[in-house]
Design a protein around this ligand. Sequence first.
Ligand code: 3H9
Length: 704
Amino acid sequence: MSELIQVEVRDDVTVISLTNPPVNALSQAVCRAVFSAVEDAARADDVCAIIITGAGKTFSGGADISEFGSLQQSTSDSEFPIHSMINGIENCSKPVIAAIHGNALGGGLETAIGCHYRIAVADARVGFPEVNLGLIPGAMGTQRLPRLCGLPKAAEICASGEMIPARVAHELGIIDRITDGDLLDDAHEYARELVGMGDAPRKTSEITDRLGDIAENAIALEQLRKVVSKRARGQESPFRCIEAVEAAGQGSFEDGSQNEFRIFAECLQSTQSQGLIHAFFGERAVSKVPGITKDTPRRPVDSAAVIGAGTMGGGITMAYVNAGIPVIIKEVSQEQLEKGIERIRQTYGISVKRGRMAEADVDRKMTMITGTTDYARISDADIIVEAAFEGMDLKKQIFGELDRIAKPGAILASNTSTLDIDAIAAVTGRPESVIGHHFFSPANVMKLLEMVRGKETADDVIATSMDLAKRLRKVGVLVGNCFGFVGNRMFWPYQREAQFVLEEGATVAQVDNAHLQFGMAMGPHAVSDLSGIDVFWRINQEIKDTIPIGMRQPLVSDRLYELGHYGQKIGAGWYRYEGRNAIPDPEVQQLIESCAAEAGIARRDVSDEEIIERTMFSMANEGALILQEGIAMRSVDIDIVYLYGYGFPAWRGGPMKYADTVGLKKVYDRICYYREAHGFWWEPAPLLRELAESGGTFSGWSAS
Ligand code: 3H9
């Protein structure tokens, strides 16, 4: 018996349990073991049925993603043991029943629908998340699923990657029976019933009555393609999923499976799937901080205080309350406090209108929020998160107060997006308790939490913060202290180049569209308008003395600030706004041209390719500096910051992975070219030069 599975014969039923923790991934070895256990059971005279289940918390999280690298060159599905296993199960002469709890995802669901019957506990979930890895279900899932629930639904499940609750899957015909009792007992009973009734194995691949009509399917799939186009942002896998499912209605199961294998193999070799798999493992890697273990002590966080009831403070409050942690908000005036709390209620109200929350939930959450204008009232909070305006003097004054009133052991977190966390910590007598918790707006929605470690931040504060990120349903990334940390430090050259190309001849809409085409959630100018041109101006005031002499500075954004074009909130920024609709503004275009003329900048046609090179390569170059300075521990930390905080397309893997994909030699050469063409601020980072010369990658680089 293999260690990767356990086989037990209970009465006359063989139970094969996957025992490959933590998620029972179907590695090649697991698949081979299951295949041979099924063969053994099929041969055994004293066995009348087989149950396949997962040991531990789950059925299976799918094929083992870490093995995909070695499968990239495979040219035949026979090289995939998962195919042999599933076909072996389906061809077994005795009924095979999948008993599902936890998740049956990807290859896990493909295995389950390769079984003849399926029983699941009510809170189990099934789905095909391959699309989120840039892939399609590749073990005949795109051919079996439509035979159970019809083509349009199957295509939607594959293209969305959503996890479907077992009860819904039952209604759709994917699961045969739901149990509220003991899964294995009920699976046994089911097996015995099937055998008693003489029900022969039912092969999903031979079901045809749900495949529907070709013409009707084509209309439904066309509709689905339109829906998918709206959110795909350049990602190909959702369309490839639909293409594979469509074939199920057009030919035999075998032809459809061959077609699926071809598409799967193409996806597996694509840079998109490499980017998304990098993001999958990256999201998990960032939670592992060297030196912080499960034995590192934690501080309790059962209550929080938030300083400031503005947009950020309100969003942070909601993030805490949504995680079940009560919050007391401190504001300077009663009026601002009430305004802020009312805004929170209104935001929850929008969720109610959209059907995402019940009115009673809002009332319950609102009772967890209290307010004060008195520092003394927040002294008992386990954590205090400062979310005031971005100004060092103000932050220092607040942290001085916090040091005076906060109880010993309280964590003092600043939501600063750029400022020196050590300078803030230095005004307290407890710098070890101070840390940056940089939330992204809207803080109740955005998944990134950039955690800034000061030079004296204690390990237990870091460990508590990383755990807290998970409780708040955020992806916490620990970074070092410098201007802008990882995210905004790299955003500065990105924004700078986005403005320089305007001065040189591009238009605001061209720059933003080039970025949307690249896959960014928003263009750089739309982001400025959303964040507030006044916010950028204020940060620029903080750093203006640190800008090297002779360095070119953007000319237009300060002028927009002076004209009161603060962005979307007042209906005018880089664009004019009608509601949320951004409309190119001819006056802004004139302003850009006159600024360029005053500075003697000759205008020319700037290609989209140059726009992307200049924003992306300048950002990657800054990322290289951040890496060599140790501000980010690994390039994947930078990538995850950008995927979850800045709308970088996940299928590109992040800015550092994107540079790796382009090739660091090319990135380096182009940066050298721009240095000659523009100036010293394009100086390539030494680490980039080193990797370009040695043929290395950021992903493969480590500090040691
Ligand atoms: C597929 O099936 C292709 C087939 O169609 C065709 C093949 C030919 N493989 O997320 P967690 C690791 S593609 C390898 O923290 P949770 C994960 O890296 C697959 N490793 O747990 C982590 O490792 P570590 C389709 C995997 O409870 C640990 O398990 N399936 C896999 O929060 C715990 O993970 C998917 O895309 C895997 N398949 O969430 C599902 N899955 O501890 C991907 C997880 O070293 N997985 N690991 O950091 C998930 O969505 C979540 O992990 C899951 C559990 C919901 C299952």
